[in-house]
Design a protein around this ligand. Structure first.
Ligand code: S3P
Length: 167
Protein backbone atom coordinates (compact mmCIF):
# COMPACT_ATOMS: atom_id res chain seq x y z
CA UNK A 1 0.00 0.00 0.00
CA UNK A 2 1.28 3.49 -0.84
CA UNK A 3 1.80 5.87 2.03
CA UNK A 4 -0.65 8.67 1.22
CA UNK A 5 -3.79 9.09 -0.88
CA UNK A 6 -3.85 12.13 -3.15
CA UNK A 7 -7.01 13.49 -4.71
CA UNK A 8 -6.56 15.30 -8.03
CA UNK A 9 -9.11 16.75 -10.41
CA UNK A 10 -10.61 19.95 -11.71
CA UNK A 11 -12.08 22.68 -9.50
CA UNK A 12 -15.50 21.59 -8.30
CA UNK A 13 -14.81 17.88 -8.66
CA UNK A 14 -15.34 17.33 -4.92
CA UNK A 15 -11.75 16.78 -3.75
CA UNK A 16 -12.11 18.63 -0.44
CA UNK A 17 -15.34 17.02 0.70
CA UNK A 18 -14.21 13.53 -0.33
CA UNK A 19 -10.80 13.97 1.30
CA UNK A 20 -12.43 14.96 4.60
CA UNK A 21 -14.79 11.99 4.60
CA UNK A 22 -12.09 9.56 3.55
CA UNK A 23 -9.75 10.74 6.29
CA UNK A 24 -12.47 10.04 8.87
CA UNK A 25 -13.13 6.61 7.40
CA UNK A 26 -9.49 5.51 7.15
CA UNK A 27 -8.27 7.44 10.19
CA UNK A 28 -5.67 9.22 8.11
CA UNK A 29 -4.75 12.90 8.43
CA UNK A 30 -6.64 15.31 6.21
CA UNK A 31 -4.51 17.86 4.40
CA UNK A 32 -5.60 20.49 1.88
CA UNK A 33 -2.69 22.05 0.01
CA UNK A 34 -4.61 25.23 -0.89
CA UNK A 35 -5.50 25.67 2.75
CA UNK A 36 -1.91 25.14 3.89
CA UNK A 37 -0.76 27.81 1.40
CA UNK A 38 -3.43 30.23 2.61
CA UNK A 39 -2.33 29.72 6.21
CA UNK A 40 1.33 30.11 5.33
CA UNK A 41 0.86 33.41 3.50
CA UNK A 42 -2.07 34.57 5.68
CA UNK A 43 -3.93 35.37 2.49
CA UNK A 44 -6.68 33.84 0.34
CA UNK A 45 -5.79 32.04 -2.90
CA UNK A 46 -7.57 34.83 -4.83
CA UNK A 47 -5.40 37.46 -3.15
CA UNK A 48 -2.23 35.45 -3.79
CA UNK A 49 -3.14 35.29 -7.49
CA UNK A 50 -3.88 39.04 -7.50
CA UNK A 51 -0.88 40.31 -5.59
CA UNK A 52 1.84 37.77 -6.37
CA UNK A 53 0.60 36.05 -9.53
CA UNK A 54 -0.13 32.50 -10.61
CA UNK A 55 3.51 31.41 -10.96
CA UNK A 56 4.19 32.36 -7.33
CA UNK A 57 1.22 30.22 -6.31
CA UNK A 58 2.46 27.30 -8.46
CA UNK A 59 5.85 27.52 -6.77
CA UNK A 60 4.13 27.45 -3.37
CA UNK A 61 2.31 24.28 -4.45
CA UNK A 62 5.65 22.67 -5.35
CA UNK A 63 7.10 23.58 -1.97
CA UNK A 64 4.18 22.07 -0.11
CA UNK A 65 4.33 18.88 -2.18
CA UNK A 66 8.05 18.55 -1.44
CA UNK A 67 7.27 18.64 2.27
CA UNK A 68 5.09 15.57 1.83
CA UNK A 69 7.72 13.24 0.40
CA UNK A 70 8.64 11.86 3.78
CA UNK A 71 5.10 11.81 5.23
CA UNK A 72 2.58 9.00 5.37
CA UNK A 73 -1.08 8.34 6.19
CA UNK A 74 -2.37 11.60 4.78
CA UNK A 75 -5.37 12.15 2.57
CA UNK A 76 -4.24 15.07 0.45
CA UNK A 77 -6.62 17.36 -1.38
CA UNK A 78 -4.87 19.31 -4.14
CA UNK A 79 -5.68 22.39 -6.22
CA UNK A 80 -6.95 21.59 -9.71
CA UNK A 81 -3.87 23.03 -11.42
CA UNK A 82 -1.25 21.22 -9.37
CA UNK A 83 -0.69 18.81 -12.27
CA UNK A 84 0.52 21.57 -14.60
CA UNK A 85 4.19 21.61 -13.56
CA UNK A 86 6.28 18.57 -14.56
CA UNK A 87 8.07 18.81 -11.20
CA UNK A 88 4.75 18.54 -9.39
CA UNK A 89 3.73 15.53 -11.44
CA UNK A 90 6.90 13.72 -10.42
CA UNK A 91 6.38 14.63 -6.79
CA UNK A 92 2.74 13.50 -6.84
CA UNK A 93 3.79 10.07 -8.11
CA UNK A 94 6.32 9.70 -5.33
CA UNK A 95 3.97 10.81 -2.57
CA UNK A 96 1.15 8.34 -2.86
CA UNK A 97 -1.81 6.64 -4.50
CA UNK A 98 -3.45 9.10 -6.90
CA UNK A 99 -7.22 9.28 -7.32
CA UNK A 100 -8.66 11.42 -10.10
CA UNK A 101 -12.16 12.73 -9.37
CA UNK A 102 -13.85 13.46 -12.68
CA UNK A 103 -16.80 15.62 -13.65
CA UNK A 104 -18.02 17.00 -16.99
CA UNK A 105 -17.66 20.72 -17.81
CA UNK A 106 -21.44 21.15 -17.51
CA UNK A 107 -21.53 19.58 -14.04
CA UNK A 108 -18.56 21.68 -12.93
CA UNK A 109 -20.25 24.79 -14.28
CA UNK A 110 -23.43 24.03 -12.32
CA UNK A 111 -21.41 23.48 -9.15
CA UNK A 112 -19.29 26.64 -9.53
CA UNK A 113 -21.38 29.16 -11.44
CA UNK A 114 -21.93 31.33 -8.34
CA UNK A 115 -18.56 30.67 -6.72
CA UNK A 116 -16.28 33.68 -6.29
CA UNK A 117 -13.21 31.99 -4.81
CA UNK A 118 -11.65 30.62 -8.02
CA UNK A 119 -9.45 33.30 -9.63
CA UNK A 120 -9.13 31.29 -12.85
CA UNK A 121 -12.89 31.24 -13.37
CA UNK A 122 -13.58 34.96 -13.32
CA UNK A 123 -14.24 35.11 -17.07
CA UNK A 124 -17.69 36.23 -18.25
CA UNK A 125 -18.16 32.98 -20.12
CA UNK A 126 -17.37 30.55 -17.33
CA UNK A 127 -18.50 27.43 -19.16
CA UNK A 128 -16.09 28.05 -22.06
CA UNK A 129 -13.28 28.79 -19.61
CA UNK A 130 -13.99 25.51 -17.81
CA UNK A 131 -14.05 23.60 -21.13
CA UNK A 132 -10.74 25.12 -22.24
CA UNK A 133 -8.90 24.60 -18.97
CA UNK A 134 -10.29 21.10 -18.54
CA UNK A 135 -9.35 19.87 -22.00
CA UNK A 136 -5.78 21.11 -21.51
CA UNK A 137 -5.55 19.32 -18.17
CA UNK A 138 -7.27 15.99 -18.81
CA UNK A 139 -4.13 14.35 -20.31
CA UNK A 140 -2.22 15.18 -17.14
CA UNK A 141 -4.91 13.92 -14.76
CA UNK A 142 -5.21 10.77 -16.85
CA UNK A 143 -1.48 10.08 -16.97
CA UNK A 144 -1.17 10.37 -13.19
CA UNK A 145 -4.28 8.56 -11.98
CA UNK A 146 -4.00 5.20 -10.24
CA UNK A 147 -7.79 5.29 -9.93
CA UNK A 148 -10.38 7.35 -11.86
CA UNK A 149 -13.85 8.03 -10.51
CA UNK A 150 -16.64 9.79 -12.34
CA UNK A 151 -18.34 11.77 -9.58
CA UNK A 152 -21.37 12.88 -11.60
CA UNK A 153 -24.04 10.52 -10.30
CA UNK A 154 -22.34 9.24 -7.16
CA UNK A 155 -22.92 10.14 -3.55
CA UNK A 156 -20.04 11.09 -1.26
CA UNK A 157 -20.22 7.74 0.52
CA UNK A 158 -20.20 5.79 -2.76
CA UNK A 159 -17.04 7.61 -3.80
CA UNK A 160 -15.41 7.08 -0.40
CA UNK A 161 -16.28 3.37 -0.58
CA UNK A 162 -14.72 3.05 -4.01
CA UNK A 163 -11.46 4.62 -2.86
CA UNK A 164 -11.33 2.77 0.45
CA UNK A 165 -11.91 -0.50 -1.43
CA UNK A 166 -8.82 0.06 -3.55
CA UNK A 167 -6.18 0.53 -0.90
C1 S3P B 1 -6.89 26.09 -9.22
C2 S3P B 1 -7.72 25.38 -8.40
C3 S3P B 1 -8.03 25.83 -7.03
C4 S3P B 1 -6.87 26.66 -6.47
C5 S3P B 1 -6.55 27.79 -7.40
C6 S3P B 1 -6.14 27.31 -8.78
C7 S3P B 1 -6.67 25.60 -10.61
O1 S3P B 1 -8.25 24.69 -6.18
O2 S3P B 1 -5.73 25.86 -6.28
O3 S3P B 1 -7.68 28.62 -7.47
O4 S3P B 1 -5.70 26.02 -11.26
O5 S3P B 1 -7.47 24.75 -11.05
P1 S3P B 1 -9.56 23.74 -6.27
O6 S3P B 1 -9.30 22.75 -7.36
O7 S3P B 1 -9.62 23.11 -4.93
O8 S3P B 1 -10.71 24.62 -6.55
Amino acid sequence: MKKNIILIGFMGSGKTVIAKELSLRLKYHYLDIDHVIEQKFKCTISDIFKTKGESFFREAETQELSELKSKSKNIISTGGGIILKPENRQLLKRIGFIVWLKASPEVIYQRLKHNKTRPLLEADDKLTEIQNLLSARIPFYQSLADLEIDTTDKTISEIVNLIAGCI
